[in-house]
Design a protein. Structure first.
Length: 152
């Protein structure tokens, strides 16, 4: 199985567990004399199976990510950490830019004038550079995901 396939399975299992959670909640309480829409014991059994399978697939993914190398970057785990931090920095700068770019309308000369303390064009350039670096890194990660076979 390719690493990308394992990631798809992980996503499907996470979605399935979330659905089971909702079904369990709906079946957890009933009015006296009514029957639950589904058997909670069966749902809990299915939840156990899904969480066990999810644990297994995550362990395989983590082992592959820690073992495989992306040239010039390090392990896939290193690349994932870098990608996550790039997105965090990009989002932070984008929020700064959005807040800084808000125009303050003044209706009279006596109102306080609000000035930006950062260079908007420099921040935008940083965002563009980080976005390009993120896309390149993400492409390398995705490429490896489809090349790497994970073992049992």
């Amino acid at each position: 199985m390719k690493l990308a396939e394992a990631l798809i399975i992980r996503s499907d299992l996470q979605r399935r567990i979330d659905e089971l959670k909702q079904r369990l909640i709906r079946s957890s309480k009933i009015q006296e004399g009514e029957c639950p829409p589904e058997n909670p014991k069966e749902l809990l059994f299915e939840l156990d199976n899904c969480t066990n399978e999810l644990t297994n697939i995550i362990q395989k993914i983590y082992k592959a990510n820690a073992k495989e190398i992306i040239d010039g970057i390090g392990t896939i785990t290193d690349a994932l950490a870098k990608r996550e931090v790039l997105m965090l920095k990009r989002n932070t700068l984008y929020s700064l830019l959005a807040e800084t770019s808000i125009r303050q309308n003044r209706y009279s000369g006596s109102e306080i004038k609000i000035l930006s303390t950062v260079n908007v064009s420099e921040i935008q350039k940083q965002i563009d550079d980080i976005s390009a670096e993120y896309r390149l890194l993400d492409t390398k990660i995705q490429e490896k995901n489809w090349l790497i076979d994970i073992t049992d």
